[in-house]
Design a binder for this molecule. Structure first.
Ligand SMILES: O=C(O)CCC(=O)C(=O)O
Length: 220
C-alpha cells in the first residue's frame, strides 16, 4: 500500500472511530454503513444558542407567515411545508450563517448565495430523495430550528443499509459526498419519529440550509 493510500485508510478508520464515539446522534444498520458514511455525515448539537435560534426565527417569521402551508411539493418529496430563499440577512444572522459556511465548506468552494429556508408544520415530513445534481453540489448544511427530528439515510444499493441521524433542535447537520449521492435522505413524520427506539416528538420545524454550487462540468 502506497503512503497516500495508507493515509487515506488511516483517516477513514479514524473517522469511523469518531462516528462510533459520537454516536449520540447516529444509529446505523451496522459497521459497514458507518464505514461508508465516515467523514460524510456530521451533526453538531447545540451549534446555535437559544438567543441565536430566536434571532433567526424572528427574522424569518414575517416572510413565512405570508404563505400557507402546502400539501405537496412540485417534486412530491415534501408535505406540509412553506419555504423561501433568502439573500439578505441581518448582521447577527449573517454571522451565524458564516459560521455554518465555515464549518461545512473548505475555503474557496463556490456556494449558493441564496439560503433555502424550509418550514415544516408539525405533521409535515420529507420523503426519501436525493437532491438534484443540477441545483446543488456535494454538500448540504442545515440548521434545525424549533423542533428536534430524525433524518434517515438509506443506501440506494441496498435498502437494508440505513442510518438515522438525531437532529436535535439548534443543531447543525452536514451531508456530503457518499451521504449526498449514494444515500437518500428523508425527514420522518411524527408517527415514525424514533431514534434508537426513543420517541423524538416532532413539532413545527424550520431548517436553514446552505449548499455549494453544482460541480462545474468536466471539460470533454
Ligand atoms: O429540512 C431539512 O433539513 C432537509 C431538507 C432536504 O431534505 C433537502 O433540502 O434536500
Amino acid at each position: 500500500m502506497g503512503p497516500a493510500r495508507a493515509v487515506r485508510r488511516f483517516l477513514r478508520v479514524a473517522a469511523v472511530r469518531a462516528l462510533r464515539r459520537g454516536s449520540s446522534w447516529l444509529a446505523a444498520a451496522g459497521p459497514l454503513v458507518l464505514q461508508r458514511l465516515a467523514g460524510d455525515v456530521q451533526v453538531r448539537p447545540d451549534f446555535l444558542s437559544r438567543r441565536e435560534e430566536a434571532a433567526l426565527c424572528r427574522e424569518l417569521e414575517p416572510d413565512l407567515r405570508r404563505q400557507r402551508y402546502q400539501r405537496e411539493h412540485w417534486d412530491g418529496a415534501i408535505h406540509g411545508f412553506r419555504e423561501t430563499e433568502k439573500l439578505r440577512w441581518t448582521e447577527e444572522s449573517s454571522e451565524i450563517l458564516q459560521r455554518v459556511r465555515d464549518a461545512a465548506f473548505p475555503p474557496g468552494v463556490p456556494q449558493l448565495s441564496l439560503v433555502h429556508v424550509l418550514d415544516l408544520e408539525k405533521s409535515g415530513y420529507i420523503k426519501a430523495h436525493i437532491d438534484s445534481v443540477k441545483f446543488c453540489g456535494s454538500t448540504i448544511a442545515g440548521l434545525c430550528l424549533l423542533s428536534s427530528s430524525v433524518m434517515r439515510l438509506v443506501s440506494q444499493e441496498n435498502q437494508d443499509d440505513w442510518a438515522d441521524l438525531l437532529l436535535e433542535r439548534r443543531c447543525l447537520y452536514i451531508l456530503r459526498g457518499r451521504a449526498r449521492y449514494e444515500f437518500t435522505h428523508e425527514l420522518l413524520r411524527d408517527e415514525e419519529s424514533f431514534f434508537n427506539g426513543q420517541k423524538v416528538a416532532r413539532d413545527r420545524r424550520i431548517s436553514v440550509i446552505c449548499r455549494n454550487l453544482p460541480d462545474s462540468p468536466h471539460p470533454a
